[in-house]
Design a protein around this ligand. Structure first.
Ligand SMILES: NC(=O)c1ccc[n+]([C@@H]2O[C@H](COP(=O)([O-])OP(=O)(O)OC[C@H]3O[C@@H](n4cnc5c(N)ncnc54)[C@H](O)[C@@H]3O)[C@@H](O)[C@H]2O)c1
Length: 231
């Protein structure tokens, strides 16, 4: 039987990922803080054995819009869980995962767009997207695929309080945790690597296309592309 791990598997999207992978016949282990596993602790990762599928999903909010009010412990916790948790997981999996292994990281739409209500959360999720895109070739050389999923708001304990009320008042549709788990499965099965998959209510997962960056302007470009001198 193929084996899988899910970080943050005790709640919300992680719990749905555990169920989704079990439905595919995988033997799934949940690694969660509530059961004693801290994704930000490299020693905890050392004890993790080889798996065929890994969902690096544990995450927390930053929780403050105003940088002047940012509490250092909350900031460091968000970096530790959302960034270290993914990097340390990938670092370990690169060492133990067999060829053919597949990793999916739960980033967020906050990894693709600005989030003025929680800039630290946006920072960490942009980091996950950039890391996944950048590490894919090195993992590919080991026969391992990695993708990121970028869900919009999902109906989990993470979306609570005033944020949930505001979404409900606006009639904004939420994803279910099962929707996100399904999208993760699509990304895992896609045959792609280094891609970011947008997950929105009512849509199939979208393989997000990043715009091409402008390159340097060369002397040749200048001869062709320079506008005529102003009269
Ligand atoms: N809910 C949303 O709207 C939404 C949208 C996009 C992305 N996400 C992302 O999805 C992932 C799961 O979020 P969720 O909504 O299911 O939240 P959740 O709060 O329901 O679950 C998060 C889980 O992560 C665990 N966790 C926290 N710190 C940990 C640590 N250091 N080590 C191990 N486990 C830890 C928690 O115990 C919890 O079980 C997160 O990465 C989150 O950023 C959520």
């Amino acid at each position: 039987m193929k084996r899988a791990l899910v970080t943050g598997g005790a709640s919300g999207i992680g719990a749905a990922l555990v169920s989704r992978l079990r439905a595919e016949g995988l033997e799934v282990e949940s690694l969660d803080l509530v059961t004693g596993f801290d994704v930000s602790d490299s020693e905890h990762w050392e004890a993790v054995g080889p798996v065929d599928v890994a969902c690096l999903n544990a995450g927390v909010l930053g929780g403050e819009a105003d940088p002047a009010l940012l509490a250092l412990d909350g900031y460091r916790r968000a970096i530790a869980v959302n960034v270290d948790g993914v990097v340390l997981g990938v670092r370990h999996l690169a060492r133990v995962m067999p060829a053919g292994g597949r990793i999916v990281c739960t980033a967020s739409l906050a990894g693709l767009t600005a989030v003025p209500d929680d800039p630290v959360y946006a920072l960490t999720k942009h980091a996950v997207v950039g890391f996944v895109r950048s590490v894919a070739p090195a993992l590919g050389a080991r026969g391992i695929a990695i993708n990121a999923i970028c869900p919009g708001f999902a109906d989990t304990p993470m979306v609570a309080g005033a944020a949930r009320s505001a979404l409900e008042d606006a009639g904004f549709p939420l994803l279910t945790a099962a929707d996100v788990a399904e999208a993760a499965w699509v990304a895992l099965e896609s045959g792609e690597t280094g891609h970011a998959w947008v997950v929105q209510p009512g849509r199939s997962p979208i393989d997000f296309r990043f715009p091409t960056l402008p390159g340097p302007r060369t002397a040749a470009d200048e001869q062709v592309g320079m506008p005529p001198p102003l009269a």
